[in-house]
Design a protein around this ligand. Structure first.
Ligand code: MG
Ligand code: MG
Length: 270
C-alpha cells in the first residue's frame, strides 16, 4: 500500500535527510585520487553515526556489506566499498546514502567528479542532475507517477543518453523501499495518483551510452552493459499542496527552477 505521511512525520524524515545532505556537502572535500571506496565508506559511516540516533540504513539491508553504495564510472548503483577500489583522476563516483533516524528512512545519492573529468563526464553529471530537478518539480498532488518519469525523459531527450529503466525510485518511510515504484520513464497522467503526504525517493540514473545494464558476479554491482559512464542523482521528497518538499536538504525547502537548485525559507511548522 502507498502510505500518506503527516507534516510532522515529514519533519522527522527531513531531520535524517539533512544528515545525508550535510554528508554529501562534505564529500567533495574528501573525494580525491588515491582514496579507496572503503575509506570513503568509513568516512560516511563515521559522519552518519556522529549524529545521535542516526544509523546507515543500507548497512545489512538485503545483506549489503557497506554503509553506503559507492559506484565508479560504468558502475550504475550498488557498488560495494572496497579497499582495492581506488579513485583516480578523471573518474566519476556515485555515492548513495541512506539514513535511519527515529524509525524513519531517507535516501539520497549524488555523483561527483574526481579531480578534472572529461567534458563528456561533466555533461552527463549536469544532465542527470537536471533530470532529478525536473522530476522533483513534477511531483505535485493530482499528477501521476508517470509524470515524474516523463519529466526525466523530457530533460534527457536530445542529449543522446540512455535512461536506465530496470532500476526505479520508490516510496520510502518506515522502510527504505516502499510502494509505489517510481520509474524514470513514464507517460503523463499514467501510473498511481500522486497525493499530498506521499514520500518518494526520486532517482534518475543515466548512461552516457545505451541504457542496458548487467549485474557483476559479486551479486550487487550494477554496470552499464556497454561499459559507458553512468550517473545517479537522488532526493527523498514529500508531496505537499504547495510544492514538492525536498527532505534530503539542509534545513531548507529546495526546488529547481530553470535548471538551478533554489533555496527558500522552510514554511513555518505549526
Ligand atoms: Mg539511494
Ligand atoms: Mg533510493
Amino acid at each position: 500500500m502507498i502510505h500518506l505521511r503527516t507534516a510532522e512525520e515529514m519533519n522527522v524524515i527531513a531531520r535524517g535527510g539533512a544528515i545525508i545532505a550535510g554528508l554529501l556537502e562534505e564529500l567533495p572535500s574528501q573525494i580525491r585520487p588515491g582514496l579507496s571506496t572503503a575509506a570513503l565508506d568509513a568516512f560516511c559511516e563515521r559522519y552518519i553515526v556522529s549524529h545521535e540516533g542516526a544509523v546507515p540504513a543500507f548497512k545489512g539491508l538485503y545483506g549489503f556489506a557497506g554503509s553506503v553504495c559507492v559506484s565508479l564510472n560504468e558502475e550504475v548503483v550498488h557498488g560495494i566499498p572496497s579497499s582495492k577500489r581506488v579513485l583516480a583522476e578523471g573518474d566519476i563516483v556515485s555515492v548513495d546514502v541512506g539514513v535511519r533516524l527515529d524509525g524513519w528512512c531517507s535516501d539520497s545519492a549524488w555523483t561527483f567528479p574526481v579531480g578534472q573529468v572529461s567534458q563528456e563526464a561533466r555533461s552527463l553529471l549536469d544532465v542527470t542532475e537536471r533530470a532529478l530537478g525536473a522530476a522533483v518539480e513534477a511531483a505535485l498532488p493530482g499528477r501521476h507517477v508517470g509524470d515524474i518519469g516523463a519529466a526525466v525523459v523530457r530533460t534527457v531527450e536530445g542529449a543522446g543518453y540512455g535512461i536506465i529503466r530496470e532500476l526505479v525510485g520508490h516510496g520510502i518511510g518506515r522502510d527504505v523501499h516502499e510502494e509505489p515504484q517510481v520509474p524514470n520513464v513514464g507517460r503523463p497522467g499514467h501510473g498511481p495518483l500522486l497525493r499530498e503526504g506521499m514520500v518518494l525517493a526520486i532517482e534518475p540514473m543515466l548512461a552516457a551510452g545505451s541504457p542496458g545494464i548487467r549485474t557483476l558476479r559479486d551479486g550487487w554491482t550494477v554496470v552499464t552493459a556497454d561499459g559507458s559512464l553512468s550517473a545517479h542523482f537522488e532526493h527523498t521528497i514529500g508531496i505537499t499542496a504547495r510544492r514538492p518538499r525536498v527532505l534530503t536538504a539542509l534545513g531548507q525547502t529546495v526546488g529547481m527552477e530553470s535548471g538551478g537548485w533554489v533555496l527558500e525559507a522552510a514554511p513555518n511548522a505549526g
